[in-house]
Design a protein around this ligand. Structure first.
Ligand SMILES: [Cu+2]
Length: 178
């Protein structure tokens, strides 16, 4: 009986600690509520992955889900990574029979209280001028830049060349290459 009670208290202690931390943060900036809305608390980047690249391939796509719990829309405008010369935000559109990539000059909007999924055949982060091939199993650091939230440090997991998102539409399916 005593042991059960003790366990219950430990659980609520964790919850109590969390609210104490929140109170402390609020106390630190009582007149500026916006100041506590940090990038890390508003923007969540999950399911981050990239596809293995062949030797000599100079660009690779990176995919992820970006959620925005803030009250204002934000925009993913770019980023950086040690493995590539530059990072661009791309979309893919069908032009007739051909799938074309286009850079989103103004970035990708992440709506307030919503999320955007970057996946093959759709929006993606493009790692341009790769300095080395991306190898399956590797972890690649990626810094993302948001217009509102600033920079967020993330990591990509490199998956084998055939890897696809669970529900992607793959425009080149069934067509021979080259
Ligand atoms: Cu691209």
């Amino acid at each position: 009986m005593i042991r059960l009670l003790f366990r219950a208290r430990r659980l609520s202690a964790a919850a109590a600690l969390r609210s104490t931390l929140c109170l402390a943060a609020c106390d630190a900036a009582p007149e500026t509520p916006a100041a506590v809305e940090t990038a890390a608390s508003i923007i969540a980047v999950t399911e981050r992955w990239s596809r293995e690249t062949a030797q000599g391939q100079n660009a690779g796509g990176a995919f992820m889900t970006i959620a925005n719990t803030g009250t204002a829309a934000d925009r993913l405008t770019g980023g950086s990574t040690p493995v590539a010369g530059r990072v661009e935000i791309h979309t893919m559109t069908m032009e007739g029979d051909v799938m074309r990539m286009r850079q989103l000059e103004d970035g990708l909007v992440v709506p307030a209280g919503g999320e955007v999924t970057l996946k093959p055949g759709s929006f993606h982060v493009m790692l341009m001028d790769l300095k080395q091939p991306l190898k399956a199993g590797d972890t690649v650091p990626l810094t993302l830049t948001f217009a509102g939230a600033g920079t967020i440090e993330t990591e990509l997991v490199v998956k084998p060349a055939g890897a696809m998102a669970p529900a992607m539409g793959h425009g080149k399916e069934g067509k021979p290459h080259g």
